[in-house]
Design a protein around this ligand. Structure first.
Ligand SMILES: Nc1ncnc2c1ncn2[C@@H]1O[C@H](COP(=O)(O)OP(=O)(O)OP(=O)(O)O)[C@@H](O)[C@H]1O
Length: 561
């Protein structure tokens, strides 16, 4: 505001200088000097405040951007699995990057916009006080500017929204091409992927060009209007000065005032455009922020029992479950795993084995029935405690770009080195780790690609062991282990599973042998349980599934060879 007042004061000072100095009879050099000095002071003051305005504007804008980014990130972490199932990573990335930049670029303009509004208001009042008719000439074009501005804004918005959407789609293709670069190269699909990228990039270009067309049509007209006002002021005001109805100083200041209006009006188009981009971006950010996480802490949590002879009793009671598409995956499923026991889930592909594993730590909530861990319904337990109590080694091992030690100590970054080594030993990873050039401090490349599949899996097992969960879920954790090394990892796993409830999702006979008991899954429920030998002897269904699994394993090994 101080900046604006300094700016608006200058034409008034000039008017005094002209009327009292130049137009005086005889001209008064003292007055001219005095008012000249005043112009300098007002200009300098205004410059200082302009600097302060800019600094504060950027400070607020960057703060807003950083705060929103923190919120989005926290929200992405909080959101349930089903949300991530249907949202592409690239979409979320573009919301956290380009969309937030748009918001930031708008926030940075708020102070200057306030100042512009104040300038227009002050100048209009001053002009009316000086000469109402001349004001009419000067500002006659404003309603036109207003109409043009509104029309510009409505035409621009859909285009801007489209640019943002297309950019997010482009980001998704880029993200997937980079993440999946090995698959792309492996299939020689670079040209197809490039075409996909080009198509998306073309879409962004087209949307941007449509927006440019709207800008190119409206902005020059909006900018032209104040200049038309200037011509009108010169024509009418000039006549009045010649007829001695207006002082020269007044006309000069009038002109300066109209010039002062040009900048705010010119910026109006820019501000509308930026506000539109920010609104579109804000909508997209708000969509993420306003999605309510479906899996949340219960209102009145019940602690899981922490003492007792044996912990880790898992019960599935009449569990019904389907994913978002509504196809039932589990139907009235009953499963009881006593504390400390291990069970192998066996079933045809797609029968729901991994789904069972995902329901226990509440990645999804059941549709019917309930799941109990040590007698507590998992929906009633504090979420963080539940997830600590259940450790999972996923089928698809994800390691972070960090040292091996940091990867193993993921659940507890402050874990002492001995604990890390103990977990690595149990997982059968210690020996190969110490042979690496930097041992536990070896940095793993992105997603752990510098390690073999089996090595990555062992690190993932060590990571789960370090958290010391009461229930361990191994989603076919031995699937990418070299068959000749399989016995080693099985020995290691045997030790890990000792006295710990373990659910093994088995894709091969060797894994089944790890468990005390086998549960056969079919048609969304457990159709038979017993030891491997018992089931072999009594269940025709088990023999069929096993034969299919063996065929798959052989086929897999042929592919590998
Ligand atoms: N995130 C998901 N969203 C929707 N449907 C899913 C999702 N995950 C799995 N499904 C479906 O649920 C069913 C069970 O899948 P699940 O992964 O539990 O099977 P599985 O027995 O572990 O299979 P496999 O042995 O091939 O790993 C399948 O029909 C699958 O298509």
């Amino acid at each position: 505001m101080l900046w604006t007042i300094g700016k608006v004061a200058v034409p008034w000072i000039v008017r005094q200088g002209v009327d009292r100095g130049i137009e005086a009879e005889p001209p008064d050099i003292g007055e001219i000097r005095f008012w000249g000095l005043m112009v300098l002071l007002a200009g300098a003051g205004s410059a200082i405040f302009a600097g302060a305005r800019r600094y504060m504007a950027f400070r607020e804008a960057r703060r807003t951007e950083a705060d929103l980014r923190d919120q989005i990130f926290a929200q992405i972490q909080r959101l349930h699995f089903a949300y991530h199932d249907r949202t592409q990573a690239g979409q979320l990335m573009s919301r956290g990057n380009t969309d937030l930049q748009q918001v930031q670029q708008f926030v940075v303009m708020i102070p200057v916009t306030i100042s512009n509004a104040l300038t227009v208001l002050l100048v209009t009042v001053l002009l009316v006080v000086i000469d109402p008719i001349l004001t009419l000439f000067a500002l006659g074009s404003l309603p036109v500017v207003n109409v043009l501005g509104k029309r510009f804004s409505t035409r621009l918005f859909p285009n801007v929204m489209r640019i943002q959407e297309e950019s997010a789609q482009l980001a998704s293709v880029v993200d997937e091409s980079v993440q999946g670069v090995r698959v792309v190269k492996g299939f020689g699909a670079e040209p197809a992927q490039s075409t996909k990228l080009e198509t998306e990039a073309e879409d962004v270009y087209d949307a941007a060009m449509d927006a440019s067309y709207v800008r190119a049509r409206y902005l020059p007209a909006i900018e032209l209007m104040p200049n038309v006002g200037l011509i009108a002021v010169l024509a009418y005001g000039g006549h009045q000065v010649m007829n001695d109805e207006l002082t020269l100083g007044t006309l000069v200041s009038f002109n300066l005032y109209v010039v002062l209006l040009i900048q705010p009006l010119r910026m109006l188009g820019m501000i509308i455009a930026q506000a539109q981009r920010a609104a579109a971006a804000g909508d997209r950010v708000a969509e993420v922020l306003s999605t309510a996480p479906r899996i949340v802490d219960p209102a009145h949590p019940r602690q899981l029992p922490s003492k007792g002879p044996a912990l880790g009793h898992v019960q599935f009671e009449a569990v019904d479950f389907s994913y978002a598409d509504g196809t039932p995956v589990l139907r009235e499923l009953q499963l009881d795993v006593p504390a400390g026991q291990s069970i192998a889930l066996v079933g045809a592909t797609g029968s729901g084995k991994s789904t069972i594993a995902r329901l226990l730590p509440r990645f999804y909530d059941v549709d019917g029935g309930r799941i109990l861990l040590d007698g507590v319904d998992v929906r009633e337990a504090p979420l963080a405690e539940l997830r600590r109590a259940v450790g999972i080694v996923f089928e698809d091992t994800f390691l972070f770009s960090a040292s091996i030690a940091a990867n193993i100590a993921f659940a507890d970054p402050d874990a002492p080195q001995e604990q890390i080594e103990r977990a690595a030993r149990l997982a059968g990873a210690h020996d190969f780790i110490v042979e690496l050039p930097l041992g536990y401090h070896t940095e793993i490349g992105e997603r752990g690609f510098s390690l073999s599949g089996g090595q990555r899996q062992r690190i993932a097992i060590a990571r789960a062991i370090l958290a010391d969960p009461r229930v361990l879920i191994l989603d076919d954790a031995t699937s990418s282990v070299d068959p000749t090394k399989e016995h080693e990892i099985r020995d290691a796993l045997g030790e890990v599973m000792q006295g710990r409830t373990t659910i093994v999702i088995a894709h091969r006979p060797a894994t089944i042998a790890l468990a005390d008991r086998v549960a056969l899954l079919g048609d969304g429920r457990i159709v038979a349980t017993g030891t491997h030998d018992e089931l072999l002897a009594t269940s025709e269904a088990y023999r069929t599934v096993l034969a299919a699994i063996e065929r798959d394993v052989e086929a897999g090994e042929e592919v590998r060879l």
